[in-house]
Write a protein that binds this ligand. Structure first.
Ligand SMILES: [Zn+2]
Length: 340
Protein backbone atom coordinates (compact mmCIF):
# COMPACT_ATOMS: atom_id res chain seq x y z
CA UNK A 1 0.00 0.00 0.00
CA UNK A 2 1.18 3.46 -0.93
CA UNK A 3 2.43 5.74 1.86
CA UNK A 4 0.26 8.70 2.87
CA UNK A 5 1.39 12.28 2.48
CA UNK A 6 2.21 12.57 6.19
CA UNK A 7 4.23 9.35 6.11
CA UNK A 8 6.13 10.50 3.05
CA UNK A 9 6.90 13.87 4.63
CA UNK A 10 8.12 12.12 7.76
CA UNK A 11 10.43 9.96 5.65
CA UNK A 12 12.02 12.79 3.67
CA UNK A 13 11.48 15.41 1.01
CA UNK A 14 8.35 15.10 -1.13
CA UNK A 15 8.64 16.38 -4.69
CA UNK A 16 5.61 18.10 -6.17
CA UNK A 17 4.89 19.53 -9.60
CA UNK A 18 2.21 21.95 -10.67
CA UNK A 19 1.69 24.60 -13.31
CA UNK A 20 -0.83 22.54 -15.28
CA UNK A 21 -2.86 25.57 -16.32
CA UNK A 22 0.12 27.49 -17.73
CA UNK A 23 1.57 24.50 -19.53
CA UNK A 24 -1.74 23.43 -21.07
CA UNK A 25 -2.38 27.04 -22.12
CA UNK A 26 1.00 27.02 -23.84
CA UNK A 27 0.05 23.79 -25.61
CA UNK A 28 -3.18 25.34 -26.89
CA UNK A 29 -5.75 23.69 -24.63
CA UNK A 30 -6.63 26.43 -22.15
CA UNK A 31 -7.56 30.06 -22.82
CA UNK A 32 -5.27 32.60 -21.17
CA UNK A 33 -7.27 35.24 -19.35
CA UNK A 34 -10.04 33.18 -17.75
CA UNK A 35 -7.62 30.23 -17.33
CA UNK A 36 -10.49 27.80 -16.75
CA UNK A 37 -9.35 24.15 -17.19
CA UNK A 38 -11.92 23.35 -19.88
CA UNK A 39 -9.30 20.94 -21.25
CA UNK A 40 -10.36 18.42 -18.59
CA UNK A 41 -13.59 17.79 -20.52
CA UNK A 42 -12.54 18.90 -23.99
CA UNK A 43 -9.14 17.15 -24.31
CA UNK A 44 -8.74 14.73 -21.39
CA UNK A 45 -5.80 13.04 -23.13
CA UNK A 46 -3.82 16.28 -22.95
CA UNK A 47 -4.30 16.39 -19.19
CA UNK A 48 -3.46 12.70 -18.86
CA UNK A 49 -0.28 13.21 -20.85
CA UNK A 50 0.97 16.13 -18.74
CA UNK A 51 0.26 14.22 -15.51
CA UNK A 52 2.23 11.33 -16.96
CA UNK A 53 5.14 13.59 -17.93
CA UNK A 54 5.35 14.99 -14.40
CA UNK A 55 5.02 11.48 -12.94
CA UNK A 56 7.85 10.16 -15.11
CA UNK A 57 9.92 13.20 -14.10
CA UNK A 58 9.58 12.27 -10.44
CA UNK A 59 6.53 14.11 -9.12
CA UNK A 60 5.08 12.19 -6.18
CA UNK A 61 1.72 13.91 -6.22
CA UNK A 62 -0.74 14.17 -9.08
CA UNK A 63 -2.67 17.37 -8.45
CA UNK A 64 -6.16 17.13 -9.92
CA UNK A 65 -6.66 19.94 -12.41
CA UNK A 66 -9.53 21.66 -10.65
CA UNK A 67 -7.69 24.96 -10.34
CA UNK A 68 -10.28 27.64 -11.18
CA UNK A 69 -12.84 24.89 -11.83
CA UNK A 70 -15.19 26.62 -9.43
CA UNK A 71 -18.62 28.14 -9.90
CA UNK A 72 -17.50 31.75 -10.17
CA UNK A 73 -14.93 31.06 -12.90
CA UNK A 74 -17.06 28.65 -14.93
CA UNK A 75 -19.77 31.28 -15.08
CA UNK A 76 -17.23 33.60 -16.77
CA UNK A 77 -16.85 31.18 -19.67
CA UNK A 78 -20.50 30.09 -19.77
CA UNK A 79 -19.86 26.54 -18.58
CA UNK A 80 -21.44 26.50 -15.16
CA UNK A 81 -23.43 23.44 -16.21
CA UNK A 82 -20.15 21.54 -16.62
CA UNK A 83 -18.94 22.29 -13.09
CA UNK A 84 -19.52 18.89 -11.53
CA UNK A 85 -18.40 16.89 -14.57
CA UNK A 86 -15.21 18.94 -14.85
CA UNK A 87 -14.32 18.48 -11.19
CA UNK A 88 -15.06 14.77 -11.13
CA UNK A 89 -13.24 14.05 -14.37
CA UNK A 90 -10.13 15.98 -13.24
CA UNK A 91 -9.81 13.76 -10.17
CA UNK A 92 -10.46 10.59 -12.17
CA UNK A 93 -7.69 11.47 -14.63
CA UNK A 94 -5.22 12.30 -11.84
CA UNK A 95 -6.03 9.00 -10.12
CA UNK A 96 -5.66 7.00 -13.27
CA UNK A 97 -2.15 8.36 -13.90
CA UNK A 98 -1.12 8.24 -10.23
CA UNK A 99 -1.70 4.47 -10.37
CA UNK A 100 0.84 4.16 -13.18
CA UNK A 101 3.47 5.01 -10.57
CA UNK A 102 3.43 5.38 -6.84
CA UNK A 103 1.96 8.88 -6.66
CA UNK A 104 -0.69 10.34 -4.42
CA UNK A 105 -3.72 12.27 -5.65
CA UNK A 106 -4.38 15.74 -4.33
CA UNK A 107 -7.70 17.50 -4.61
CA UNK A 108 -7.12 21.13 -5.45
CA UNK A 109 -8.82 24.40 -4.59
CA UNK A 110 -7.50 27.92 -4.93
CA UNK A 111 -8.36 31.55 -4.38
CA UNK A 112 -11.90 32.16 -5.59
CA UNK A 113 -11.89 35.90 -6.33
CA UNK A 114 -15.22 35.85 -4.48
CA UNK A 115 -13.78 36.43 -1.00
CA UNK A 116 -13.92 39.87 0.58
CA UNK A 117 -12.62 40.17 4.14
CA UNK A 118 -14.93 43.14 4.69
CA UNK A 119 -18.05 41.31 3.57
CA UNK A 120 -18.97 38.37 5.84
CA UNK A 121 -21.54 37.11 3.33
CA UNK A 122 -18.71 36.17 0.96
CA UNK A 123 -17.45 33.65 3.51
CA UNK A 124 -20.58 31.59 2.94
CA UNK A 125 -20.19 31.82 -0.83
CA UNK A 126 -16.56 30.69 -0.68
CA UNK A 127 -17.30 27.87 1.76
CA UNK A 128 -20.07 26.57 -0.52
CA UNK A 129 -17.72 26.65 -3.51
CA UNK A 130 -15.01 24.69 -1.68
CA UNK A 131 -17.53 22.28 -0.19
CA UNK A 132 -18.98 21.33 -3.55
CA UNK A 133 -15.59 21.02 -5.29
CA UNK A 134 -14.00 18.99 -2.53
CA UNK A 135 -17.15 16.95 -1.94
CA UNK A 136 -16.96 15.67 -5.53
CA UNK A 137 -13.20 15.16 -5.22
CA UNK A 138 -13.62 13.01 -2.11
CA UNK A 139 -16.24 10.88 -3.86
CA UNK A 140 -13.85 10.31 -6.77
CA UNK A 141 -11.00 9.48 -4.39
CA UNK A 142 -8.27 11.85 -3.23
CA UNK A 143 -5.52 11.36 -0.64
CA UNK A 144 -5.26 14.94 0.60
CA UNK A 145 -6.12 18.49 -0.39
CA UNK A 146 -3.91 21.29 -1.67
CA UNK A 147 -5.43 24.73 -1.13
CA UNK A 148 -3.18 27.16 -2.93
CA UNK A 149 -2.45 30.64 -4.23
CA UNK A 150 -4.30 32.05 -1.26
CA UNK A 151 -4.15 35.86 -1.19
CA UNK A 152 -6.07 36.03 2.08
CA UNK A 153 -5.46 34.09 5.25
CA UNK A 154 -9.22 34.33 5.84
CA UNK A 155 -10.00 32.51 2.62
CA UNK A 156 -7.27 29.93 3.25
CA UNK A 157 -8.81 29.18 6.65
CA UNK A 158 -12.15 28.42 5.00
CA UNK A 159 -10.48 25.90 2.68
CA UNK A 160 -8.72 24.37 5.67
CA UNK A 161 -11.96 24.10 7.62
CA UNK A 162 -13.75 22.39 4.71
CA UNK A 163 -10.82 20.00 4.18
CA UNK A 164 -10.72 19.07 7.85
CA UNK A 165 -14.46 18.51 7.93
CA UNK A 166 -13.91 15.91 5.19
CA UNK A 167 -11.29 14.19 7.35
CA UNK A 168 -8.42 14.75 4.93
CA UNK A 169 -4.87 16.09 5.46
CA UNK A 170 -4.53 19.67 4.28
CA UNK A 171 -1.68 21.44 2.57
CA UNK A 172 -2.37 25.18 2.50
CA UNK A 173 -0.09 27.61 0.71
CA UNK A 174 -0.16 31.35 0.30
CA UNK A 175 0.49 33.38 -2.86
CA UNK A 176 3.35 35.73 -1.98
CA UNK A 177 2.38 38.54 -4.34
CA UNK A 178 3.06 41.25 -1.77
CA UNK A 179 6.44 41.94 -0.13
CA UNK A 180 5.78 40.38 3.26
CA UNK A 181 2.11 39.86 4.06
CA UNK A 182 -1.23 38.52 2.89
CA UNK A 183 -3.89 40.85 1.53
CA UNK A 184 -5.65 40.72 4.86
CA UNK A 185 -2.51 41.92 6.61
CA UNK A 186 -0.81 38.86 8.12
CA UNK A 187 2.92 38.39 7.69
CA UNK A 188 3.42 35.21 5.69
CA UNK A 189 5.13 33.43 8.58
CA UNK A 190 2.39 34.44 11.00
CA UNK A 191 -0.33 33.35 8.56
CA UNK A 192 1.42 29.97 8.24
CA UNK A 193 1.65 29.69 12.03
CA UNK A 194 -2.10 30.27 12.30
CA UNK A 195 -2.87 27.73 9.55
CA UNK A 196 -0.70 25.15 11.31
CA UNK A 197 -2.38 25.90 14.65
CA UNK A 198 -5.75 25.39 12.96
CA UNK A 199 -4.71 21.93 11.85
CA UNK A 200 -2.98 22.18 8.46
CA UNK A 201 -0.43 19.37 8.03
CA UNK A 202 1.60 21.37 5.50
CA UNK A 203 1.86 25.16 5.12
CA UNK A 204 3.95 27.45 2.96
CA UNK A 205 4.05 29.41 -0.27
CA UNK A 206 3.35 28.76 -3.91
CA UNK A 207 3.28 30.62 -7.21
CA UNK A 208 4.07 34.23 -8.15
CA UNK A 209 7.72 34.35 -7.08
CA UNK A 210 10.68 32.70 -8.73
CA UNK A 211 13.31 30.91 -6.64
CA UNK A 212 15.46 34.00 -6.15
CA UNK A 213 12.73 36.03 -4.44
CA UNK A 214 10.89 33.07 -2.86
CA UNK A 215 13.86 31.56 -1.02
CA UNK A 216 14.41 34.56 1.32
CA UNK A 217 10.87 34.05 2.70
CA UNK A 218 11.48 30.42 3.69
CA UNK A 219 13.49 30.81 6.91
CA UNK A 220 10.81 32.87 8.67
CA UNK A 221 8.14 30.30 7.88
CA UNK A 222 10.37 27.38 8.89
CA UNK A 223 10.97 29.06 12.24
CA UNK A 224 7.29 29.83 12.80
CA UNK A 225 5.93 26.28 12.46
CA UNK A 226 6.68 22.74 13.57
CA UNK A 227 4.67 21.12 10.80
CA UNK A 228 5.85 20.39 7.26
CA UNK A 229 6.63 23.35 4.99
CA UNK A 230 5.86 23.47 1.25
CA UNK A 231 7.46 25.83 -1.24
CA UNK A 232 6.54 25.83 -4.93
CA UNK A 233 7.97 28.80 -6.82
CA UNK A 234 7.40 29.66 -10.46
CA UNK A 235 10.43 28.91 -12.65
CA UNK A 236 10.96 32.52 -13.66
CA UNK A 237 13.90 34.82 -12.97
CA UNK A 238 12.26 37.26 -10.61
CA UNK A 239 14.57 39.65 -8.77
CA UNK A 240 14.60 42.62 -6.39
CA UNK A 241 13.32 44.97 -9.10
CA UNK A 242 10.58 42.56 -10.19
CA UNK A 243 9.95 40.20 -7.25
CA UNK A 244 6.94 38.46 -8.82
CA UNK A 245 6.14 37.13 -12.29
CA UNK A 246 3.35 39.69 -12.52
CA UNK A 247 5.87 42.53 -12.23
CA UNK A 248 8.36 41.23 -14.83
CA UNK A 249 8.66 43.54 -17.84
CA UNK A 250 10.18 43.25 -21.30
CA UNK A 251 13.11 45.55 -22.21
CA UNK A 252 10.46 47.78 -23.86
CA UNK A 253 8.60 47.98 -20.56
CA UNK A 254 5.67 45.73 -21.50
CA UNK A 255 4.18 43.43 -18.88
CA UNK A 256 5.37 39.88 -19.51
CA UNK A 257 2.66 38.19 -17.41
CA UNK A 258 1.05 35.90 -18.25
CA UNK A 259 1.81 35.00 -21.88
CA UNK A 260 5.19 36.61 -22.63
CA UNK A 261 7.22 35.21 -19.74
CA UNK A 262 9.32 32.94 -21.97
CA UNK A 263 12.52 35.06 -21.84
CA UNK A 264 12.51 34.80 -18.04
CA UNK A 265 12.23 31.00 -17.71
CA UNK A 266 14.75 29.40 -15.37
CA UNK A 267 16.91 26.62 -16.70
CA UNK A 268 16.58 23.10 -15.31
CA UNK A 269 19.89 23.71 -13.51
CA UNK A 270 18.53 26.74 -11.67
CA UNK A 271 15.52 24.73 -10.53
CA UNK A 272 17.77 21.85 -9.47
CA UNK A 273 19.74 24.30 -7.37
CA UNK A 274 16.52 25.62 -5.86
CA UNK A 275 15.46 22.10 -4.87
CA UNK A 276 18.71 21.60 -2.96
CA UNK A 277 18.53 25.04 -1.35
CA UNK A 278 14.94 24.47 -0.26
CA UNK A 279 15.75 21.09 1.27
CA UNK A 280 18.69 22.64 3.13
CA UNK A 281 16.40 25.33 4.53
CA UNK A 282 14.11 22.66 5.92
CA UNK A 283 11.42 22.60 3.25
CA UNK A 284 9.63 19.24 3.28
CA UNK A 285 7.50 19.57 0.16
CA UNK A 286 9.61 20.96 -2.67
CA UNK A 287 7.76 21.79 -5.85
CA UNK A 288 7.30 24.07 -8.79
CA UNK A 289 4.36 26.10 -10.06
CA UNK A 290 3.25 28.03 -13.19
CA UNK A 291 5.79 27.74 -16.00
CA UNK A 292 6.99 24.30 -14.95
CA UNK A 293 8.05 21.78 -17.55
CA UNK A 294 8.88 18.11 -17.01
CA UNK A 295 12.57 18.90 -17.61
CA UNK A 296 12.55 21.14 -14.52
CA UNK A 297 10.93 18.44 -12.42
CA UNK A 298 13.33 15.73 -13.52
CA UNK A 299 16.33 17.97 -12.76
CA UNK A 300 14.90 18.70 -9.31
CA UNK A 301 14.33 15.00 -8.65
CA UNK A 302 17.85 14.13 -9.72
CA UNK A 303 19.31 16.97 -7.61
CA UNK A 304 17.52 15.38 -4.65
CA UNK A 305 19.38 12.17 -5.44
CA UNK A 306 16.64 10.24 -7.22
CA UNK A 307 16.59 8.24 -10.37
CA UNK A 308 13.18 8.58 -12.00
CA UNK A 309 11.64 6.92 -15.08
CA UNK A 310 12.55 9.91 -17.30
CA UNK A 311 16.18 9.68 -16.11
CA UNK A 312 16.60 7.06 -18.78
CA UNK A 313 16.73 9.97 -21.23
CA UNK A 314 18.68 12.46 -19.12
CA UNK A 315 21.45 14.28 -20.99
CA UNK A 316 24.60 12.37 -22.01
CA UNK A 317 26.69 15.10 -23.58
CA UNK A 318 29.66 12.77 -23.79
CA UNK A 319 27.70 11.15 -26.63
CA UNK A 320 27.19 14.43 -28.51
CA UNK A 321 29.24 14.44 -31.73
CA UNK A 322 30.81 17.78 -30.85
CA UNK A 323 31.38 17.30 -27.13
CA UNK A 324 32.53 13.71 -26.92
CA UNK A 325 36.11 12.94 -25.89
CA UNK A 326 36.91 11.28 -29.20
CA UNK A 327 35.42 14.02 -31.37
CA UNK A 328 36.44 13.40 -34.97
CA UNK A 329 38.66 15.86 -36.78
CA UNK A 330 35.84 16.47 -39.28
CA UNK A 331 33.36 17.41 -36.50
CA UNK A 332 35.94 19.30 -34.41
CA UNK A 333 36.33 21.71 -37.29
CA UNK A 334 32.78 22.95 -36.57
CA UNK A 335 33.69 23.95 -33.03
CA UNK A 336 35.42 27.10 -34.18
CA UNK A 337 32.08 28.45 -35.48
CA UNK A 338 30.25 27.27 -32.31
CA UNK A 339 32.80 29.10 -30.20
CA UNK A 340 32.79 32.29 -32.26
ZN1 LIG B 1 1.32 29.03 -10.12
Amino acid sequence: MSLSITERLANGTVLGAEGYVFELERRGYIKAGPFVPEVVLDFPDAVRELHREFLRAGAEVMVALTYYAHREKLRDVGREADLEAMNRQAVRIAREVAREGDALVAGNVCNTWAYDPDDPATRRTVRAMYAEQLGWAVEEGIDFVISETNDYLGEALIALEVTRSLGLPAMVTLAPTQPDRTRDGYEYAEACRILAAEGAQVVGLNCDRGPQTMVPLIAGIREAVDCAVAVQPVPYRTDAAAPTMETLRSPAGERAFPVALDPFVCTRFEMAQFALQARELGVNYVGICCGAGPHHVRAMAEALGREVPASRYSPSMELHPMFRADVSAKDAAFLSTWNA
